[in-house]
Design a protein around this ligand. Structure first.
Ligand SMILES: [Zn+2]
Length: 278
């Protein structure tokens, strides 16, 4: 499924030809908050820069109800933007039956392809941990009812996350977004249909992920930025944007001893399976 990358504004220049020759598949940013207030003023330019860097498709997760509606709205407007809908563990305490009903109806919309982001965050503890676990379980049940994959957030909560996934996620497709390399979550991939969202961490100096990506099944790798957060090296601390998937992809390709084009083809195929299940 090779889609050719194009020229800026329809002008074919030498640079475009070089790029076209180098590329035969697209890069996909599988976790990008295009619905974030940080992109309100320049979203069109951000998307244009992404496309110029070969990043042609986007999965935009919600983090609360308004941002889930925002993601669904973007997916209606742009064919290459897909949406996930859900409530981030930070806001788990705000989740109630009315929220769930609203998410259910968003999940009926054609551009909405996943549930999330959901999960556990024991670093910030913005919501009580028992509430986070309960709401995470409800998201997994929601995904099962709608036959959708799940975008999972985890921070310093590996043991509880693994326990919930083991008991509730058999048969579901899940991506561990912004994967940090936790060994117990690599091991869990043997039992569950887990994908690993590889982002900026892989570019950081001395980050354990750089070693451990080689232990992950290649068929489980997805690329992501988590923009506007988690800028890759050497832009750490600045607003991230989806064009930087290219930086992450180059680093991952180098670590796996693959060409960039092979990696683009692989991760595009993986994303198709994540979304469609085949
Ligand atoms: Zn996110």
């Amino acid at each position: 499924m090779a889609i050719r990358f194009f020229a800026w504004g329809g002008r074919v220049t030498e640079t475009d030809d070089t790029r076209q020759a180098r590329w035969d598949a697209t890069l996909i940013d599988t976790h990008v908050h295009l619905n974030s207030p940080e992109f309100v003023t320049d979203l069109d330019e951000v998307l244009e820069r992404a496309r110029a860097a070969g990043v042609q498709r986007f999965l935009c997760p919600g983090y609360d109800l308004p941002s889930s509606r925002g993601a669904a709205e973007l997916s209606r407007r742009e064919r290459n933007i897909h949406a996930a809908v859900g409530v981030h563990p930070h806001d788990a305490r705000l989740y109630d039956d009315a929220t769930e009903e609203a998410l259910e109806s968003l999940l009926e919309q054609p551009g909405v392809v996943a549930v999330g982001e959901t999960g556990l965050d024991y670093h910030y503890d913005h919501s009580p941990r028992d509430v986070q676990r309960h709401v995470f379980r409800r998201h997994l049940q929601l995904a099962r009812r709608h036959n959708q994959p799940v975008v999972v957030h985890n921070r310093e909560s590996e043991a509880d996350l693994a326990e919930i996934l083991e008991s509730e996620a058999t048969g579901l497709r899940l991506v561990l977004h912004a994967f940090g390399g936790a060994r117990e979550l690599i091991a869990l991939g043997a039992e569950l249909d887990l994908f690993y969202g590889i982002g900026g961490f892989v570019t950081f100096k001395n980050h354990p992920l750089a070693e451990r990506v080689r232990d992950l099944p290649r068929s489980a790798l997805l690329l992501e930025t988590d923009a506007p957060y988690l800028s890759p090296h050497p832009m750490r601390g600045r607003r991230n944007e989806p064009a930087r998937v290219e930086i992450i992809a180059r680093r991952l390709a180098e670590l796996l001893d693959m060409s960039l084009e092979e990696l683009a083809t692989l991760t595009t195929r993986n994303f198709e399976r994540f979304v469609r299940g085949s």
